[in-house]
Design a protein around this ligand. Structure first.
Ligand SMILES: C[S@@+](CC[C@H](N)C(=O)[O-])C[C@H]1O[C@@H](n2cnc3c(N)ncnc32)[C@H](O)[C@@H]1O
Length: 243
């Protein structure tokens, strides 16, 4: 059954404020770590599944990959195309199969996207099909029971470290107070969207679900990282084995 959280109208509204996330240190850290796990090869071909406004796509492009973004929201894709002009984007529903050839990609990234799928097992099978042998699939999803406050706290902590290192303790404290006010205001604006996602997404799961789905599709599990996004996301690094 279609959910509000899969509706392009929901995402079109959310995308009006979504890119404030791009300024959050905890979100930047999540994207950088995921792209580091993807092990991007210069000139390699990568897919960003559920690319949204292109923040994750941009990180792959910065790492030297040729990147293709896929999303259901035309508003997200419009913003992503402006942000990463050198990338290709396609509008598609990740639950209807991937419109790509077999063995065609060096890596696939899905940051905060797969929990929105009605049928993640089918997505795993499709990603396995489109990856080249030894290609990587990096996915990161919020864990069941994830707490937004912990994401906010990590963000403030990272911001404080940055300001203190750059301007010293006193100026850092003033900057931090201002930044904390901005972040709390951001979180109030995000809250209705985050609550809708938490309540309406089909797959807020524990890591065991992602592990067993990955193994069932034939992937090797290289790593499971529970530490990113304030410790509220589970991030898996999967490898398609050689035949
Ligand atoms: C939380 S955003 C993540 C965006 C990006 N990966 C990032 O980290 O900034 C989730 C994205 O999944 C997309 N999405 C939701 N359901 C989808 C579906 N069935 N097929 C394709 N994209 C979908 C939404 O449009 C949205 O852009």
């Amino acid at each position: 059954m279609p959910q509000i959280v899969n509706s392009p109208i929901f995402w079109g509204l959310y995308f009006r404020i979504y890119d404030r996330l791009a300024t959050m240190r905890t979100n930047q850290h999540l994207l950088r770590e995921c792209v580091r796990y993807l092990n991007v090869r210069r000139g390699g071909i990568y897919l960003d599944l559920g690319c949204g406004t292109g923040n994750s796509t941009l990180e792959i492009a910065r790492a030297g990959g040729r990147v293709q973004g896929l999303d259901l929201s035309t508003e997200g894709l419009r913003r992503a195309q402006n942000k990463v002009p050198g990338a290709n984007f396609m509008r598609a529903n990740l639950d209807r199969g991937l419109p790509l050839g077999a063995d065609s990609l060096d890596g696939v990234l899905a940051v905060n996207a797969l929990y929105l799928s009605a049928d993640p097992e089918n997505v795993f099978a499709e990603v396995f099909r489109v990856l080249k042998p030894e290609g990587r699939f990096v996915l990161s999803n919020p864990r069941r029971g994830a707490q937004l406050s912990k994401i906010l706290l990590e963000d403030l902590e990272l911001e404080w470290k940055h300001l203190k290192a750059k301007y010293g303790r006193a100026v850092g404290a003033i900057g931090e107070a201002a930044q904390a006010g901005i972040r709390v205001a951001d979180f109030m604006a995000f809250l209705p969207f985050q609550l809708a996602l938490k309540g309406g997404s089909p797959h807020f799961e524990y890591v065991e679900f992602w592990r067993s789905s990955a193994l069932k599709a034939g992937f090797n599990i290289k790593r499971c990282d529970p530490s990113l996004y304030g410790g509220q996301n589970d991030t898996l690094v999967l490898v398609r084995p050689l035949r």
